[in-house]
Design a protein around this ligand. Sequence first.
Ligand SMILES: C[S@@+](CC[C@H](N)C(=O)[O-])C[C@H]1O[C@@H](n2cnc3c(N)ncnc32)[C@H](O)[C@@H]1O
Length: 270
Amino acid sequence: MTKKKTDTTFNNRMRISSVLSKIIEIVPEKEDKISNDAKKYWSSSQENSTIQDLSHWRGSGRWCDDESWNKIGKKHFFMYKKLCDLTEMTGQIRSMIEWGPGGGANLIWFSKELNKIYGIDISSPNLDECERQLMENEYFGFNKVLIPANSPEDCVDLIKPDVDFFLSTAVYQHFPSKEYGIKVTKLAYKLLSNQSIALIQIRYDDGSNRFAPKTRDYYQNAVNFTSYKIEEFWNIANEIGFKPIAIYLKPEVNYAYYFLGKGDIKCQNL
Ligand SMILES: C[S@@+](CC[C@H](N)C(=O)[O-])C[C@H]1O[C@@H](n2cnc3c(N)ncnc32)[C@H](O)[C@@H]1O
């Protein structure tokens, strides 16, 4: 073979391999693989201080400052109070589910006035840390619900239905897909009573690459994995049966909070 022919063959092989690796980069991974990666990722909070910080563990990373940690739950508790006012549900909420409670930054606030709390998570160390925080605060109404990451519907067997309030903040953006988030929202609807409220926060897709939904490489993309257009999630909630009441936006982090009601819910005029 001449040198020129060898060079051409080499160059062609390089081109084919570069095209192949580009194709691989855009082929979506199977949801089971992404769910498995998500479980490993969030369960590593046991030994990994970065994941502890991302899971909002008191005293870890950004949360060394107790005031910052307290602010997480304080603002969500304030939104919940607003939602209660809007729906005339103040004083009527006894039980709640938090989907993805992390280190308990929200529940430390909600435990002040709820008798029964379910924390649903795919990470056992995060549920243990949340329970630890609540017990230190002398709250004993917490029920840990550890679900398989690829089968969120298993929670139904572990929760007594007719719950009054559903909360999920800083979690939907970590789901393996948009369909997974729809499944969780349907589960929320199923587990809530016929006169109940929900506060769900998503990361919204503004058309940029950064906030577009991802389909591969969970470890690299975990922070912004799943997103929806603002009106898309409103319509999803509505089609499931929720009454969307209001949205609150935080454009600096692309957060959209949906204030929702189920069933026999009154709503004050905004
Ligand atoms: C950023 S932390 C949020 C903690 C808390 N909600 C807050 O706002 O402080 C994300 C939590 O979601 C959990 N998580 C991730 N994927 C989940 C899934 N598919 N189902 C339930 N929990 C999940 C993580 O283990 C972690 O506890």
